[in-house]
Design a protein around this ligand. Structure first.
Ligand code: MLT
Ligand code: MN
Ligand code: ZN
Length: 300
């Protein structure tokens, strides 16, 4: 299986358009590499690519994807999309695929499909354009990705409903929480574990992380109060469904102890480890973790 990180930043990208925090300012001064919003692609052998999450930067990301264009006037560089949640940064790119000449194949949980046909009706809208060929991701089952030797299993990783559904407020609607994916390639025996949102390292998540040959894990926040300390928000990392890397309940040590190649993804623009000359970067890399960048690939 080949895995390519096509977007390594969290929602907003890096630097974020309206942000003058020290990390975004550092990127504008050349002290960090800009990154697009969270998404990966996976394929087995020369089989078609599957997109995992569809970011608002999708068109730029697809332009950079190696693609066989010999199939005719219209050919899809991707065979379908797998969604790990219903968040805007992971789904807005679906609308950018509306020119598809075949119904867009979308794998998601029922809860994500419900969100995307009610409060944020992207799938309903796409029905009027290219059509949608929706496929369920059932808990406890392995779902084959059609046309490949890959299958995906899901596991719950917590987190509140998206903000457009109330974000877990008492008045808000029940909505989808995030899942992680275990992607297995029956041809190579390679296993990828992809978890862009980890609310807590509970037993389920820890057991799944231990299965991966390659693990792409939540690197959103370095400390729980990255945003609050900068005066950029009142919700800390916990309130946003992301365990921080360091401090109480932090994930860095457990990730570093895995017997796998581990790269941090979905990195928020305020995370100081993005700055190449930062102490936080030295700490994360010193622990053996890869701070992902757009275009990074893994073969497993
Ligand atoms: C998240 O990853 O927690 C969400 O994408 C945050 C958001 O953009 O609302
Ligand atoms: Mn996000
Ligand atoms: Zn920033």
């Amino acid at each position: 299986m080949r895995v390519r990180i096509i977007g390594s930043a969290a929602g907003g990208g890096f630097p974020q358009w309206n942000c003058n925090c020290p990390v975004c300012a550092g990127a504008r001064e050349g002290r960090a590499t800009p990154r697009t919003q969270s998404s990966i692609v996976v394929r087995s052998g020369e089989d078609p690519w599957y997109l995992v999450n569809a970011s608002p930067d999708l068109l730029r990301q697809l332009a950079d994807l190696p693609t066989d264009r010999s199939a005719g006037m219209r050919s899809n560089p991707i065979a379908g999309v797998v969604l790990t949640d219903g968040e805007i940064d992971h789904t807005a790119g679906l609308l950018l695929l509306r020119e598809s000449s075949a119904p867009l194949r979308v794998y998601s949980t029922v809860a994500v499909r419900d969100a995307l046909t009610s409060e944020y009706p992207l799938l309903t809208m796409l029905e009027r354009y290219c059509g949608v060929d929706w496929r369920p991701l059932e808990p406890g089952a392995a779902t084959p990705l059609e046309g490949t030797t890959l299958s995906v299993e899901t596991f719950p990783t917590g987190g509140d409903a998206p903000l457009y559904m109330g974000g877990g407020d008492k008045e808000g609607k029940a909505g989808p929480s995030a899942i992680g994916l275990t992607v297995r390639d029956s041809a190579t025996d390679g296993t990828l574990v992809y978890v862009p949102a980890i609310e807590a390292l509970d037993e389920t998540v820890s057991a799944r992380l231990a299965e991966g040959d390659t693990v792409l894990a939540d690197g959103t926040f370095f400390r729980h109060d990255d945003l609050v300390a900068l005066g950029l928000g009142e919700r800390d990392s916990w309130a946003m469904g992301h365990a921080p890397l360091t401090g109480e309940g932090g994930t860095l040590e457990a990730l570093a102890a895995l017997d796998a190649e581990v790269a941090l993804v979905h990195i928020n623009n305020t995370n100081p480890m993005l700055l190449e000359d930062s102490a936080e970067r030295v700490q994360a890399e010193g622990a053996g973790l890869v701070i992902s960048e757009d275009g990074m690939e893994f073969e497993l």
